[in-house]
Design a protein around this ligand. Sequence first.
Ligand SMILES: Cc1cc2nc3c(=O)[nH]c(=O)nc-3n(C[C@H](O)[C@H](O)[C@H](O)COP(=O)(O)OP(=O)(O)OC[C@H]3O[C@@H](n4cnc5c(N)ncnc54)[C@H](O)[C@@H]3O)c2cc1C
Length: 387
Amino acid sequence: MERDIYDEDHEAFRGLVKDFIGRYVTNEAIERWNAEGEIDRATMLAAGEAGLIGLSVPEEFGGAGMLQDYRFRTVVMEEVIAAGAGSLAGAFGIQDDLAVPYLVHMGTQEQKAKWLPRMATGEVIGALAMTEPGAGSDLRGIKTTAKKVDGGYLVNGAKTFISSGKTADLVVTFVKTGEGNRPDAFSLVLIENGMEGFEHGKKLHKMGFQGHDTAELSFTDVFVPEENLIGGTEGMGFVQLMMNLPLERLSIAVAAAAAAQAGYDWTVAYTKDREAFGERIIDFQNTRFTIADMSATVDALWAYVDRALLAYKDKKLSAEEAAKIKFWATEREWEVLDAGVQLHGGYGYITEYPIARAFLDARVHRIYGGTNEIMRDIVSRQIAGKR
Ligand SMILES: Cc1cc2nc3c(=O)[nH]c(=O)nc-3n(C[C@H](O)[C@H](O)[C@H](O)COP(=O)(O)OP(=O)(O)OC[C@H]3O[C@@H](n4cnc5c(N)ncnc54)[C@H](O)[C@@H]3O)c2cc1C
């Protein structure tokens, strides 16, 4: 089905994204990122220069000022994922959907002025550190503490599974500033590269997103000045996380739809090209029926995702709606990519082929950003009228 959520500005922007891809997202670059386990800084700087990151950064701080119009981010994701570069899409997503929003929407004027201009250029790479070895879904179980001292906080603890964790210069970090696990016992602080006692730990070996770094972080008596408390008010961390989670979940749903679309397109092209038993693979009835199913699922994904994008633009996307689309979209993505791998035969299992990489990348969509079980819990609690 034809989509109708974009106007000429979005399509003009798509042209810029395609130019960038033509120059920087080559097969050689994808292989290099995968081999090195990270996106090189030169590529992030080039993306900043081309205006592909920092999209929600206000113009006064050097960004594109697309505060609520997430459709420009969607264009970036669609094109980068269609180019077979899921890891690059992941790196852009961490910058624009997980790090920048905490400064744009919740930072003090000083924090915005200090960090946003360089986040828009790619000079400063951000990350968001919530998860710990002992606490993922149950975020209020974190153990990293920030103890009040003269002029700031002393942070102690460890984080794990942090996307862009090896390359990040600035980490929005979820810490305990109070006793117990009431929502006001938590804060978000900005931890900077080079602060004494802050270590980027080892890069984790993942099944997918091979070209995007995920790492452990550790903090030993890291002195964090008061001015690095996000928003300047202690005890707001949990509320701040809740404010950004709908966007994070919407972004995963968009990535899922984009990957399903790409997987479908690759599969149609491949099955038209390859032959067996004297026929094209697409001429077998099983293939055609599978492709018809994939096509319908991709249409439904976009219809749902596009509706959510417009709701977000109008500030009407609730936490429950974002949770619902996150679990539904990532599960449809998984079905489409699994079918695509199957129709590629053995080549579908070889990571040189984008379908194989997209399939491996997709697995974590059902886990991070809140697992799909937690998403169902959020949705069903509201339906049941349970807090
Ligand atoms: C590649 C990757 C990148 C990531 N990037 C980041 C990042 O940038 N920043 C960050 O902070 N975190 C990040 N994460 C962490 C991710 O968000 C967590 O792994 C996820 O939230 C799950 O937490 P957990 O791993 O501790 O699993 P657990 O919470 O231990 O869950 C284990 C299982 O139990 C289930 N479960 C838990 N509680 C319930 C419940 N109440 N009801 C039903 N089932 C339940 C879960 O659904 C899951 O199936 C990343 C993870 C990965 C793998």
